[in-house]
Design a protein around this ligand. Sequence first.
Ligand code: PXP
Length: 244
Amino acid sequence: MHVAINIDHIATLRNARGGQQPDPVLAALVCEEAGAVGIVCHLREDRRHIRDEDVWRLRSAIRTKLDLEMAATEEIITIACQVKPDLVTLVPERRQELTTERGIDILMQKEYYTKVVERFHAHNIPVSLFIDPVEEHVRAAAETGTDMIELHTGEYAESTTEKEIKQHLERIRAAAILGKQLGMKVNAGHGLDYNNIIPIAAISEIQEVSIGYAIIVRALEVGLAEAVRQMVTLVKQHSQTTMQ
Ligand code: PXP
């Protein structure tokens, strides 16, 4: 199983100060260097983190593959067809949500997504549909002609009891097996972290996981001490005051 890294949170941090740092493109290069097989970014309608110019810069800078996560709206579809990412992952999007909360309502919108998939294929762009790990959803996704599905692991990740965790894991496993049988590549993502990834990694039908938040949290945990040490050393070296 491979790991793709979502770098949206780097852009969130950058936007907090309105400047250029931290740069999501530099972060993407670090992720590639460390073994990520792909970089994921979500160009949201409200541009709350990733902006249009980030997507273009990522397109030309990264050497693995660019997975553009997006809602299937006219504006973003047009941008995606120009940028030509290596993959588009279609997700539902609500302005009020903090992050993508559920999979696409594929049963209600199968015809619409079929047309969107055809449109991307006409531009030679492969498509992944972010869906809940439910049998009927997997079957409906296959009927759209999508190349790939990404199974929503959010409910699994949020489960607290052993029984719930097991149930969600079984749903994910069954959906992954079915997705593969129906000829689609299967990815998974949302809420995965350094603990709950372990049983997911053991599901051989899942080719790739997409992880963002837990990686950024871990980066702070393991990187904060070193960042403080470097600053303290620098200040000490150049300090004109006598240390008490
Ligand atoms: N996959 C999809 C479709 C997502 O919307 C997200 C969140 O942006 C992720 C994966 C990554 O989730 P997390 O940041 O919780 O690892």
